[in-house]
Design a protein around this ligand. Structure first.
Ligand SMILES: Cc1ncc(COP(=O)(O)O)c(C=O)c1O
Length: 360
């Protein structure tokens, strides 16, 4: 479709064109219902089918085993920073947190309101440019859960391994890399993700929870922040984010066509490798993140000068790329190359980086 740019936004970010076009074609009259999905009762048969199909597609693509529920909530990923401790910390009153960036730090601070929170690992000593190794995790066997963020959107780091915490359940924020790589869900207690990067428009938060972990919330847990409320009503205690759920269904159809998660894993890794190779072999650009901790989703890089960074960003816009400016807290540049970013977009960005490298 003409006029579309390569949008490297960290989120909300690009959605697959096929999904957008399907939504466009169905926007005023969904499947002969005479109305848009946006106008439909969430209790209607038509919507219930959209909901059930989307949940089933997600279960299949993520290989979610029995004993786990998939919830479609409105909390935002940030809402889970409260919901997780409210629901899970009651077991022992204690939890372990790994702080490897901005969002896990917010989650860590939030959790402190509800129990005894132990900093099991931190990468702050090196400005979050690496992921701590398993041997660096200071684990408390009495923790109710161990919390980490799989991919650090701002710093461009990603856990390459699943922490081994023994019997302590893993809780993971997968907001910025969900569905980009294969995950053994059975290793987790709770997985959650805001939709606005790899799944759907903003407004939907997907939670995958081992069912037995729900129902032990702190007594003052707000009704709407209780996993059990949502499990019992299959996410429909109140009005769910209907449009986003519908869009997720379309995105999952597209993902299936890419070979599902294993297919996407190959594609996204090749895209990221191409970009890191281009940065590493340039004269001007460097990536501060240690090899082995580099994110396949958010690639951070910079030159030695802020003026040159600004020039790069400015010229990139003229070349048809948007949102390459790094996060305000980090500076430099960041290319967010989520699932929907076509390989061609990354190839063109690499060409642009090489050209800029030569000319400056
Ligand atoms: C890893 C991660 N967690 C949490 C959030 C916060 O998400 P939300 O805006 O849905 O609360 C973000 C947002 O970018 C994120 O990247």
């Amino acid at each position: 479709m003409s006029g579309r740019v390569y949008n490297f936004s960290a989120g909300p970010s690009m959605l697959p064109l096929e999904a957008l076009e399907r939504a466009g074609a169905e926007i005023t009259n969904y499947a002969g219902s005479g109305m848009s999905v946006m106008e439909m009762s969430h209790r209607s048969k038509v919507f219930q089918k959209i909901f059930d199909d989307t949940q089933a597609k997600f279960r299949k693509l993520m290989n979610v085993p029995e004993g786990y529920k998939i919830l479609f909530l409105q909390t935002g990923a940030s809402g889970q920073f409260s919901m997780v401790p409210l629901n899970l910390i009651g077991k022992t009153g204690k939890a372990d947190y790994a702080v490897t960036g901005n969002f896990s730090n917010i989650a860590y601070k939030e959790a402190k309101k509800y129990g005894q929170i132990h900093l099991a690992a931190s990468s702050e000593d090196k400005n979050h440019t690496y992921i701590p190794a398993q041997s660096q995790l200071d684990l408390d066997p009495e923790a109710s859960y161990f919390y980490y963020c799989a991919n650090n959107t701002i710093y461009g780091t990603e856990w390459s391994y699943v922490p081994d915490t023994g019997a302590v359940p893993l809780v993971c924020d997968m907001s910025s890399d969900i569905l980009s790589r294969q995950v053994d869900v059975s290793k987790y207690g709770v997985i959650f993700a805001g939709a606005q990067k790899n799944m759907a428009p903003a407004g939907l938060t997907v939670v995958v929870i081992r069912e037995d972990l729900a129902g032990h919330e702190l007594p003052f847990t707000p009704l709407m922040m209780n996993y059990k409320t949502m499990i019992d009503k299959d996410s429909m205690y109140n009005t769910p984010p209907c449009w986003c759920i519908y869009m997720l269904g379309l995105v999952l159809d597209w993902l299936e066509e890419q070979g599902g998660v294993p297919g996407m894993e190959k594609i996204k890794h090749a895209k990221a490798q191409m970009l890191y190779d281009t940065i590493d072999s340039s004269r001007l650009f460097t990536c501060a993140v240690q090899p082995g901790s580099r994110s396949d989703m958010n690639v951070t890089f910079r030159t030695a000068s802020e003026e040159l960074d600004a020039k790069f960003v400015q010229e990139s816009v003229a070349a048809g790329f948007t949102n390459l400016k790094g996060h305000r807290s980090v500076g430099g540049m960041r290319a967010s190359i989520y699932n929907a970013m076509p390989t061609e977009g990354v190839e063109k960005l690499c060409d642009f980086i090489r050209k800029f490298d030569k000319e400056n």
